[in-house]
Design a protein around this ligand. Structure first.
Ligand SMILES: Nc1ncnc2c1ncn2[C@@H]1O[C@H](COP(=O)(O)OP(=O)(O)OP(=O)(O)O)[C@@H](O)[C@H]1O
Length: 621
């Protein structure tokens, strides 16, 4: 925050001599503070932050013209050797803010000391995030030749492969705490000469059931390791815990407070509606393309994600699924391909509350208590279930590119989950929309087939979300759909819902899993040899073998569309949404402009060239 100098505090003349000395000091201090302001206004370049020219060259290649606020503030502190605890909004560029100083440190050491040792450890809560951070390190060190090596420990490889990876003594290691500790414990990774420790999504790293691993790791590190911790949502109690474990005397940067109205690029809406209405509205939004561009839909659990996908398939709306059951390679590839513009819709199950069922209440309670008392330390060890990957997560830290909208089909159970989910859009200064469905208390449980337990507290959670967003100078606005016009589509929605039975969901879930496992393992080698062919493996194909197919639902007949012009949901469009599509090119695009146009995906040679086709045939034999 830019500080104003107070010029009204002139001391009385008689006291002037007595205060002369402190005054001088005060002036000096004020000058110093002023300098900070001037520097801020000047908006230093990456080079002016004191970074190595090779790193500056790399960020330039990535198209980063100037450092973001968090980079301007955190990088100089880290370069000075200070511990930093930083709270800055989602998508504000925290990755570069902590990676660049670590790389700079490694480069600096290599000038005088060429003995190999792991100098930097970056801990993240999920494997998806580890993959992303590892890629960022590779990009930022693109001009450092072989001076910087990095490894991630989150791949599905055997212990032997992991060992050989670490035998090369990478300068920087990216991992989840559990995998880092496993490697340290087995002797494959040595932290004895560690200089830099980073905890990204620091609050989650601690609350994910990693506390024991973190304590073990902290005991394996030398004293005086420089520590940086980042998150968009750090509570004061969490900060205290983190400080207690790792930091000497950290500098706290709370940049969320410096974020003004005028910087806001995210528009947030919520829709209060019945349990079945959200299926109806979602059908209309996506069939009539009221939201344009790539979209992320969050649902409460895995079954729900398949249900929504199968429901959409009834209307020929294509989507991909992300959940913790899918192999990590598939998950990472879906994210990559979404970022390349291959898919329009991802349905992600945000299972943190499902996997750590017991924690859910505690988390919400903790937020209620925020500011009043200590947030309880979470213990998640007991809550883990089934074969799901405990290190799965896509609402935290993942840099989905160009997401036009985040739809909270099911509202999360806490305000901080909401902040991270909606943070997948409006990143890096872009605009975006968040739309959340909220089930009012009086409508909860009224439509049994679509009712889920987590929505019972929607109203309470919404109140917390509004408060938490308010603290960041953000607001949510109500969005109303015209009930009358929606009604015309209700019977189609009911037809589709009826076709998506529990059996169909179970079958789709098993089938998808089997298929992805097979693709992931069997085809791995083939695609390693033929990387260009990877794009043949689409993840938004149809699952609906068992779901009754109803051709009439695939199109929207003219008579159903109201006369008013169709308007897409955009910033500032609060209130009534008429549905008719105005599209001059309608004739050329098919009656209702079907999915896939604009972001069309074409693989060389169509189905003929699709290796999966042959693969499938072989499997059937
Ligand atoms: N200085 C910059 N100029 C332009 N783009 C940038 C700059 N710094 C980062 N970006 C881009 O901004 C996007 C968001 O960055 P990043 O993922 O580091 O955000 P974050 O603050 O870590 O978000 P989250 O809280 O969700 O983890 C990325 O696509 C990144 O490439």
């Amino acid at each position: 925050m830019k500080r104003k100098l107070n010029q009204d505090d002139e001391p009385p003349a008689a006291d002037a001599a007595a205060v002369a000395e402190p005054e001088k000091k005060k002036e000096k201090k004020e000058k110093k503070e002023k300098k900070v302001v001037v520097e801020e206004e000047k908006e230093l370049s990456f080079a002016e932050l004191g970074l190595d020219p090779r790193l500056v060259q790399a960020v330039a290649k990535l198209g980063f013209e100037k450092p973001t606020l968090v980079q301007r503030r955190a990088i100089p502190l880290a370069l000075k050797g200070e511990d930093v605890l930083c709270k800055a909004k989602t998508g504000s560029g925290k990755t570069a803010a902590y990676v660049l100083p670590v790389l700079q440190g490694v480069l600096g050491r290599k000038k005088t000391d060429s003995t190999p040792h792991t100098a930097g450890l970056i801990l993240v809560p999920t494997r998806e995030l580890a993959d992303q951070v590892h890629k960022a390190i590779e990009e930022f060190s693109a001009f450092c030749a072989k001076d910087i090596t990095a490894a991630k420990l989150t791949e599905n490889v055997s212990d032997a492969v992991q060992r050989s990876l670490l035998a090369n003594v990478p300068d920087v290691v990216v991992s989840t705490p559990a995998r880092a500790w496993k490697s340290v414990d087995s002797g494959a990774l040595s932290l004895s000469q560690l200089q830099y420790l980073v905890l990204d999504e620091a609050d989650l790293v601690l609350s994910y059931g990693y506390d024991e691993d973190m304590e073990n790791l902290s005991r394996s590190m030398p004293k005086g390791v420089q520590t940086t911790m980042m998150s968009a949502t750090l509570l004061s109690a969490e900060l205290d815990t983190l400080k207690g474990i790792f930091c000497r005397n950290p500098t706290l940067l709370d940049l969320n407070e410096e974020f003004g109205d005028e910087d806001e690029k995210l528009t947030q809406y919520y829709v209060r509606c019945g349990e079945d209405d959200k299926w109806l509205i979602s059908y209309l939004i996506f069939k009539l393309q009221l939201i344009k561009g790539p979209c992320l839909i969050f649902v409460a659990d895995i079954d729900r994600s398949y249900r929504l996908k199968l429901f959409f398939e009834q209307f020929s709306i294509r989507s991909c699924i992300l959940n913790s059951e899918l192999p990590v390679n598939t998950r990472i590839k879906v994210i990559e391909e979404f970022n390349r513009g291959i898919y329009d819709i991802i349905i992600a199950s945000d299972e943190r509350s499902e996997v750590f069922g017991d924690e859910k209440e505690e988390e919400t309670k903790g937020e209620e208590e925020e500011g009043e008392g200590e947030k309880k330390k979470k213990t998640n060890k007991g809550g883990r279930k089934g074969k799901r990957d405990e290190e799965y997560g896509v609402s935290r830290g993942i840099d989905f590119k160009n997401v036009a909208a985040v739809v909270n089909f099911d509202l999360p159970t806490s305000a901080s989950s909401y902040t991270h989910r909606i943070g997948r859009t409006a990143r890096a200064g872009r605009t975006g929309i968040a739309l959340s469905f909220v089930i009012p208390k009086e409508l909860f449980g009224k439509h049994k087939p679509t009712s889920i337990k987590s929505c019972e507290r929607d109203e309470k959670v919404l109140a917390k979300i509004v408060r938490a967003q308010g603290k960041m100078n953000r607001k949510l606005e109500p969005y109303n759909f015209s009930k009358e016009q929606m009604e015309a589509f209700r019977y189609r929605m009911n037809d589709a819902l009826r076709a998506v039975t529990k059996v169909a969901i179970r079958e789709a879930r098993t089938r998808e899993l089997r298929q992805e496992l097979l693709r992931s393992e069997t085809l791995k080698r083939y695609f390693e040899e033929n990387p260009a062919e990877l794009s043949h493996l689409r993840h938004d194909g149809e699952l609906g073998h068992k779901a009754r197919q109803q051709a009439h639902l695939k199109h929207v007949p003219d008579y159903l569309l109201p006369k008013e012009a169709k308007k897409e949901i955009t910033k500032g469009s609060v209130g009534f949404v008429p549905f008719k599509k105005v599209d001059k090119d309608k004739k050329h695009k098919g009656k209702f402009g079907g999915k896939g146009k604009g972001r069309s995906f074409k693989v060389g040679g169509g189905r003929k060239g699709d290796p999966l086709k042959t693969f499938k045939v072989r499997r059937k034999k």
